[in-house]
Design a protein around this ligand. Sequence first.
Ligand code: FNR
Length: 184
Amino acid sequence: SRIKIGVLVGSLRKDSFCRKLSKALKEVAPESFDLEEVEIGELVLYNQDLDEPDNLPEAWTVFREKMRSYDAFIFVSPEYNRSVPAVLKNALDVGSRPPSKSVWGGKPGAVLTASPGSIGGFGANHHLRQILSCLNVPTMQAPEAYLGNIATAFDESGNLTSDRTRGFLQKFMESYAIWVGKNR
Ligand code: FNR
């Protein structure tokens, strides 16, 4: 059966470049991979007071159950003020509790950051790696993915027009397939 990959996008913006990248990743993924974008915008901000059986927000429960159904994860994120956008950090926090039931532990991951600027979200990429290290997500080291000048990679309808970027994404997914095979 196909390997289920949850793709978490660190932007809620309708025309998000990261969302477009997540679609492009799906196009270049191997046949055996089923990539699914995960909704993280509905999650109430993490608060330990809510994390009790009587208070649990429905959206947290749905999210946690959904995350358990994936074999591996890919994080596609922009950089906000040199770090991880709050919406993505919140999703990671919600999925991490209670620690004995964390949805992340042991499932292979990969990080791809992008920016219209030239640094390609380097700061967010490495802050995210620190979080994933804490969450025991074996995260692919190479190829590193800092996609700069991302605004020029798509046409008006959001299709990837840059062959260079497509080639990179292909290489990225090939390496990730090997990584998932080793770490599942
Ligand atoms: C940004 N942006 C940004 N870009 C960057 O390269 N480094 C940064 O530190 C920041 N900081 C930042 C903070 C906040 C609050 C916003 C809203 C934006 C610009 C960001 O890369 C740009 O808006 C991207 O288009 C966001 O990604 P999506 O939504 O296109 O996926």
